[in-house]
Structures are given as C-alpha cells and as structure tokens.
Ligand binder design. Structure first.
Ligand SMILES: Nc1ncnc2c1ncn2[C@@H]1O[C@H](COP(=O)(O)OP(=O)(O)OP(=O)(O)O)[C@@H](O)[C@H]1O
Ligand SMILES: [Mg+2]
Length: 380
C-alpha cells in the first residue's frame, strides 16, 4: 500500500451516485472498486486487498452498520468511512461507536471525502509501522534471551566440566596405581588377580572417555572474546567445518567442494572462531542454493595474506541488500528461521582476527564471500 495508490471499496445501492463518486475519486489517483450492497462488498473483500471501505448506511439487505461489524470482525486492518443520509448523524455516531473511522453526511463534498480517505490510510500506515517496530523489538528481545541462555549454559557447562576434571584425575591416578600393584610379581597367585586387573583397566578407559568429553566441553564454550591464536591446518579446519554441514547439503543434493593452495596449508589464527566463520558462510550458501547446486570453498595466497572464498550457485543477493546483510538482525529468511546475526558475528570475528570480509553477488548468479586473513603471526 505504501507506494501504490490507496485501494478503496465504494459501497452504495444508488448506481448513479456511486459511479459519479467513483469516477471522481479515480481522477484523484485512488483505485476504486464498487459494490451495490453489503454482500457484494464482502465478496470483493474476500478476494482482493482493500485499504479503505466507503459505505452508505441505508441500503436494502445488509445495511452499512452491519457491513461495518462484519468488516471489523473479518478484516480488522481495514478502515471504514460511512456515508449517512442528510440529517442522519445518529447513524454516523452509531458507526463510530462500532469502530468506523469517520462518517460524512450526504451530499458529499468530494475533496472532503478524499481527505478522509487519506487520513484513514495514514492511520493504517501508522498502525503498520507500530506493528513492525513491536515485531523488531520482540525479535531483538528473543535474541537477547537466547544469547543470555547460551552464555549461562556455557558458564554452567564449563563450570561442571572444570569441577569434574579434578575428581576424574584422582580416579585415573588411583586406577593406575591399582594396576601397578596388581602387575607386581609379588601379586602373582593372588586370588582373582586377572579379574581385578581387568576391572582396573575398565576404570582407566572410562575415565579417559569422560575426560575427553569434559575437554571438548571446555573447548566448545570457549569465550568469544579475545582470540586464541595458534598454527592451524586450513585444509583440516575447512574439512571439519564442511563435515558439520555435509548431511544437510547431501539431503538437498548440494555438493560442497574445497581446494586449498599448497602455500596456505597452515595459517596462524584462532581455529575455534575461524571455524564459526566457515560454518556461518557455508550454511548461508547451502540455504541460498536451496536444492541442487554447488558450494565451492577455496583458499589462495594473496601477498602475506590468505584469501578464502565461499562461492555458491544460489539465488544471489539483490543490490539493495548487499550493504545491509552484515547488519545485525538483517535476514530475508522466514521469521523464526534466521536471526540475521550470522554475518554480523562473522564480520566481527574476521575483523578481530585481523582480516576483512567482502561480498560479490548478482541476482540469479550466486554469491561469493571473500575473507582475507593474515597468514603469519603479526607482531603487536
Ligand atoms: N550466500 C548467500 N546467498 C544469498 N543471500 C545470502 C547469502 N548469505 C547471506 N545472504 C543474505 O544475507 C542475509 C543475512 O545473513 P545472516 O547469515 O546474517 O542471517 P541469516 O542467515 O538470515 O540468519 P542466521 O542468523 O540464522 O544466520 C540472509 O538472510 C540472506 O538474505
Ligand atoms: Mg546465516
């Protein structure tokens, strides 16, 4: 509605009057449909988008007030302006009580009616803006709650992992000591020695497994602040990231390939954060392709930096979105499907790692996200 003309439905049983008004509203740039009664009006509303209904009150069959009630029930976003007979202000007042935007007494002054219709449209737009603002706030609050939940979950998980590590270490040491004793020559011939050795071995194995889990947990919830730099195999990191998305891609008949230039086998970076970047970009690419297509990840040297490109054969990005996709909460995905934080987080990480991210895309021709990162330790 914002850009196009206002969609008006004019309801009146007097054909000559209706045609005359419709013609004049039309000349003033409004798009007018007509109905000669309440039933006809409802049939039109069921099929087409209407912003404002202008209706006579006194009509045979369903009258204007009943039509108003039906509209308020079925189409609460539509505004209704009533046209009352001369000296029939009571009808108008009753209409306003039932939710009409306003009423005008016949004979109608056409500029007055046009102005009223515009006001009704403005009211609709203000309401729509408010609704959008509320929706935006709601999404933001949801996101904040999710982030906080994740943070407290992270704190809890690391806390538990940390606490459990100490007793695990003690159990492991004690089990090792038991094995040591059982293996001594003096224990030869001790009753059920083999059973005890076996049991001690099982304890050691299980402790080892538990420790692997706690270590993973401690790694996974690593704080996103600050970078933990180390020498990383770029190829292995890409393979690991792709493996996490591989199944979803397979289900959609999407092939993900990677190619890493020999010269950039190893780079100095934070693997956990860079993996997050890869996962975000490759996931976006898979979503953009939808079904049946390709995602290609390449890494090449570029001076003392490395350029990593994630390219897809998806729908591409329209020009007017290109500068907005890195904004927090910008998403073209259905509500609940995307938060619009993926690229925002991605860019933050890349910049924290001393790099840059850019994008090249045309609608219908896929998209390419290019990350440039330092390859070697930078002196600070
Ligand atoms: N490879 C791509 N091809 C086409 N459009 C893309 C691509 N990557 C991102 N976009 C566009 O950028 C928007 C923002 O991406 P971003 O990753 O920030 O959020 P999202 O994917 O919508 O949600 P999420 O928070 O789940 O990642 C997407 O909604 C999409 O419109
Ligand atoms: Mg995303």
């Amino acid at each position: 509605m914002e850009n196009g003309s206002i969609q008006v439905l004019l309801v009146d049983d007097e054909e000559g009057f209706r045609q005359a008004i419709a013609r004049r509203l039309d000349r003033r740039g409004l798009a007018v449909r007509q109905a000669e009664g309440g039933e006809g009006a409802l049939a039109i509303l069921a099929e087409s988008a209407v912003d404002v209904v202008v209706s006579d009150v006194r009509m045979p069959g369903m009258d204007g007030l009943e039509l108003l009630d039906r509209i308020k029930q079925g189409y609460p976003e539509i505004e209704v302006i009533l046209l009352t007979g001369h000296a029939c202000a009571d009808d108008g007042v009753a209409g306003i009580k039932s939710g009409a935007f306003d009423y005008l007494c016949k004979p109608i002054e056409i500029d007055h009616l046009t102005e009223k219709i515009r006001q009704a449209r403005d009211k609709i737009q203000r309401r729509e803006e408010k609704r959008r603002e509320a929706e935006y706030r709601r999404r933001m609050e949801e996101q904040m709650i999710a982030t906080e939940r994740l943070a407290s979950l992270g704190t809890l998980a690391t806390g538990v992992a940390h606490e459990i590590n100490n007793p695990l270490a003690i159990i492991k040491e004690a089990a090792g000591w038991m094995t040591l004793i059982l293996n001594k020559p003096e224990m030869e011939g001790a009753p059920r020695r083999a059973d005890l050795q076996n049991a001690a071995g099982k304890i050691e194995d299980a402790v080892e497994r538990a420790r692997r889990i706690t270590h993973q947990l401690l790694g996974m919830v690593r704080k996103s602040e600050g970078a933990d730099m180390t020498d990383v195999s770029l190829d292995a990191l890409l393979a690991e990231s792709i493996a996490l998305i591989y199944k979803e891609a397979l289900n959609r008949d999407i092939e993900i390939t990677r190619w890493v230039d020999e010269a950039v086998r190893s780079i100095h970076t934070d693997p956990y954060q860079l993996r997050q970047v890869f996962i975000n970009l490759i996931t976006n690419a898979v979503h953009a392709v939808g079904k049946n297509g390709r995602v290609i990840v390449t890494a090449q040297p570029e001076g003392d930096r490395v350029a990593i490109t994630v390219k897809d054969t998806g729908e591409g990005i329209p020009k007017e979105h290109l500068e907005r996709i890195f904004e927090p909460f910008f998403s073209t995905k259905a509500p609940g499907k995307g938060t619009g934080l993926g690229l925002f987080v991605t860019r933050n990480i890349v910049e924290k790692l001393g790099g840059r991210i850019s994008v090249e895309s045309r609608v219908g021709q896929g998209a390419a996200f290019i990350i440039e990162l330092p390859r070697k330790k930078t002196k600070t």
